[in-house]
Every structure is written in structure tokens, then in C-alpha cells.
Design a protein around this ligand. Structure first.
Ligand SMILES: C[S@@+](CC[C@H](N)C(=O)[O-])C[C@H]1O[C@@H](n2cnc3c(N)ncnc32)[C@H](O)[C@@H]1O
Length: 254
């Protein structure tokens, strides 16, 4: 998919971290420099994405410690996400095929799922690696992080290439949906993510690949007011602002 932003550079304000920035840049095919509209910035604490220019919002990084794992909207086993994924029915092996900022993947891992997190944006994949490395050394996050594995790939192809033994019980999808008109209300993280990856116009193809790969079910997160991504929804679980639509996987054993 084309990215929405045309130019990204990798940078560190700290000269001692420039070799690290250069290495990340060469993995991603991005230049080293600080004069692009968006910078992937290496700091002593983390890898962060930041827009440059006057009035630009502050940096965004993946902060697993900030994911709400306690409230009714968090990782409690009675919340809509866990019901949609089928935790009570014993589902544990999950692929998050739209891993993004890892919030949903971390929630699923906090509920006890083994989660393979697939992301096609190289920049996000690097930020995910950084977040998991930091999480692994934080006692409050380490157990859930150990249940998460990262894959950089287009999930449409990756899911199609899985052999029978590697197929997950559930595939979770949260494709980028069209921008809302009240865009000022959309969080800084989501705005920058949209700028980076654009819209996921191929989400229906991804759903077809997910249905072909999941042995039990596919869950699609949708804005509460939005229509289903495709026909064939066998169940829906409503959260406060979102809805989780469930589709049968190839095994039909939802
Ligand atoms: C709305 S974000 C997901 C946010 C995520 N659920 C979270 O909790 O942070 C959608 C992400 O899916 C990724 N994506 C969309 N289609 C994909 C595909 N076919 N393969 C891999 N990644 C994909 C996009 O690059 C983007 O990062």
C-alpha cells in the first residue's frame, strides 16, 4: 500500500546514537537526516515518530505501559474483545494481522493469548521491536510481551502461506477506516498513523485471507456506527465506541 507521507528520514539528536539511526535507516531504505516532514527519531529512551514544522504535535511512540488492561474496556475477560475472540471457548492462538501500535495485540496477550503481530509498515515494525524490547525489561509488562511475536509482512500473503500446523485459531483485524469529519477529536497517535500508512483500502482482501487461514474465527474491529466490512457476520460484540464483528474461519468451528 502507498504510504500517505512521501518523505521520512531517520534521525537522532544525540550523535552517539547516529550509528543506531543509520542502521535502522539502512534496514528501512530511509535516509539519515532531520529535514523531512516526518522523522523516525532514536532517543536514549525509545524510538519515536514525529512530525516536523511549526505547530506540529509532539512525538508518538508505542507505550505498552499506557494500554488500559484493567477497566471494562481493557483486558478483563468479560469485555467485548475477549468475547469476540472466544477466550471462554478456549481460543488462545491469535494472529493480529493489522498490528499497528500494538495496543490490541497487547490486550490480547494480557488476556493470555499467544499473539503473532503482523505489520506491513517497516517504520511501525521497527517501533514495535523497540516497544517489545522495552516491555521485556519491565516486570509489569514482560509476561504479556513474551507472548507476542512480530512479523513484518503483508498479512494477505503471509496468511495465505501458512501451512496447516501453523494456522491460528483466530485472526484479528483492525484496518484503518476512512477519516471521520470531526478529525480534531481523533487522537494524535491515530492521526500520525494515518499519515504514515494511509487508508487500508484492501481490507476486504485481507478479510478473505484471514477467513482462509483461521481455524475457528476472524474478528474485525469496526467503528460503532460503520457497516460491516463484508457479509457473513455470525456475531457482534459492542464496546463503547467500537464493535467487534465475528466471522467463521475455514474450520467453521466458531
Ligand atoms: C488501525 S491500525 C491498527 C491499530 C492496532 N489495532 C492497535 O491497537 O494499535 C491498522 C494497521 O494495520 C496495518 N495493515 C493494514 N493492512 C495490512 C496488511 N494487509 N498486512 C499487514 N499490515 C496491515 C496498517 O499498516 C496499520 O498499521
Amino acid at each position: 500500500m502507498p504510504t500517505a507521507v512521501s518523505s521520512i528520514a531517520v534521525w537522532s539528536d544525540d550523535p552517539r546514537l547516529r550509528p543506531c539511526a543509520e542502521e535502522i535507516g539502512s534496514r528501512l531504505g530511509l535516509p539519515l537526516g532531520d529535514d523531512a516532514p516526518v522523522l523516525l527519531r532514536v532517543t536514549p529512551e525509545r524510538l519515536e515518530l514525529v512530525q516536523t514544522g511549526e505547530g506540529a504535535p509532539g512525538p508518538v511512540w508505542i507505550d505498552l505501559g499506557a494500554v488500559d488492561t484493567r477497566s471494562a474496556g481493557g483486558a478483563r475477560r468479560d469485555q467485548p474483545l475477549s468475547r469476540a475472540v472466544g477466550l471462554r471457548q478456549g481460543v488462545r492462538r491469535v494472529v493480529d494481522a493489522t498490528a499497528g501500535l500494538l495496543h490490541d495485540a497487547f490486550l490480547l496477550a494480557s488476556m493470555g493469548c499467544e499473539v503473532v503481530c503482523v505489520e506491513r509498515s517497516g517504520v511501525l515494525h521497527e517501533m514495535q521491536r523497540d516497544a517489545l524490547e522495552r516491555g521485556a525489561s519491565d516486570p509489569a509488562l514482560a509476561a504479556a510481551c513474551a507472548r507476542m511475536t512480530l512479523v513484518r509482512a503483508d498479512a494477505r500473503e503471509w496468511l495465505g502461506g501458512l501451512g496447516a500446523a501453523a494456522r491460528p485459531e483466530a485472526v484479528y483485524l483492525d484496518p484503518m477506516h476512512p477519516a471521520r469529519r470531526k478529525s480534531a477529536l481523533v487522537k494524535k497517535e491515530m492521526r500520525l498513523l494515518r499519515l504514515l500508512v494511509g487508508e487500508d483500502a484492501d481490507a476486504q482482501e485481507l478479510l478473505a485471507a484471514a477467513i482462509g487461514a483461521a481455524t475457528r474465527r476472524v474478528v474485525v474491529k469496526r467503528p460503532g456506527h460503520a457497516p460491516a466490512l463484508a457479509e457473513g457476520v455470525v456475531g457482534s460484540h459492542k464496546g463503547r465506541a467500537v464493535r467487534y464483528d465475528v466471522y467463521s474461519g475455514r474450520g467453521g468451528d466458531v
